[in-house]
Write a protein that binds this ligand. Sequence first.
Ligand code: CP3
Length: 319
Amino acid sequence: MRQAGRSLPEYRKIRQGVGMLESCRRPDLVTEITLQPVRRHNVDAAIFFSDIVVPVAAAGIDLDIVAGTGPVVAEPVRTEVDLARLRAIEPGDVAFITEAVELLVAELGTTPLIGFAGAPFTLASYLIEGGPSRTYLKTKAMMYGAPDLWNALLARLAEITLTFLKVQVDAGVSAVQLFDSWAGALSEADYRRFVMPHSASVLRGLVDAGVPRIHFGVGTAVLLEAMGEAGADVVGVDWRTPLDVATKRIGPDRSVQGNLDPAILFAGWDTVEREARRVLQQGGSAPGHVFNLGHGVMPETDPDVLTRLTALVHEVSSR
Ligand code: CP3
């Protein structure tokens, strides 16, 4: 999950004096940072080091990723005129992504590389708010109050996201993950009406790509069914919904990913072990289960607990 690397001293060292966006644009750094957690923890797959706002920056939006805050957009996108600043992207606009994926696939050998992108809603929330938000007031004001502009913005973002994911698939990633991290702010009805068609157009565009599509969100208990229907092979579940309950909602045709609460990693090994075993047991009711945390790794996490957790999951799931 996001920021597995951030808990590692070797990550903090290599990032010293290098901005987040700059490090995403340097294939040598992307390769090294992606490999760090794989070497340390012996995980079954690598997650590509980048960020959801990388393609939006390539599309012409002036933004920065501020440490401790997240993406900050210089001039938020709130009108038709603003929307014109967000152009479509060509693969050549993100040539550094192609180069980094190719380098990584060569280094990783048989370990799969998971590519990713932000989903239209979550990207739109950063563009409209200008940065992270707790309430999504401006985002929702546009969604309800200016549906034509809203749909034009999300359609443009869907196009950018699809190009960004296709670039990664063409360069050799083994799976793709669409992060709609903040979709949990919506009701099911509004998700289906204002958001799902755009995410579905991204996922549909990858049907023939030949790689599994993972669709992830946080606080999405009421959206799980719709997020599966949007066209996912695997639905990401945060820690709030037990995986057996989630599976009943999602249906028998899709796998699940998740869902240990990242905070559990601070509670002592006995608790970590008990909760990880519970997650694995509940995940057993789905047709397939990718063990993961329910959201990103907190930077303060003890990396040794992650290594031990990975070994435990391997031990239990190989039986
Ligand atoms: O494990 C990884 O590092 C994989 C690469 C990855 C990053 N961002 C690197 C990153 C991935 C998959 C993401 C996705 C991402 N980025 C999402 C969706 C996934 C999720 O967790 O919900 C979102 C919402 C973002 C936007 C974003 N970028 C946030 C919220 C932050 C954290 C801000 C903070 O410091 O608290 C970022 C910055 C970011 N992206 C970091 C990393 C490693 C931290 C940069 C640093 O300070 O070192």
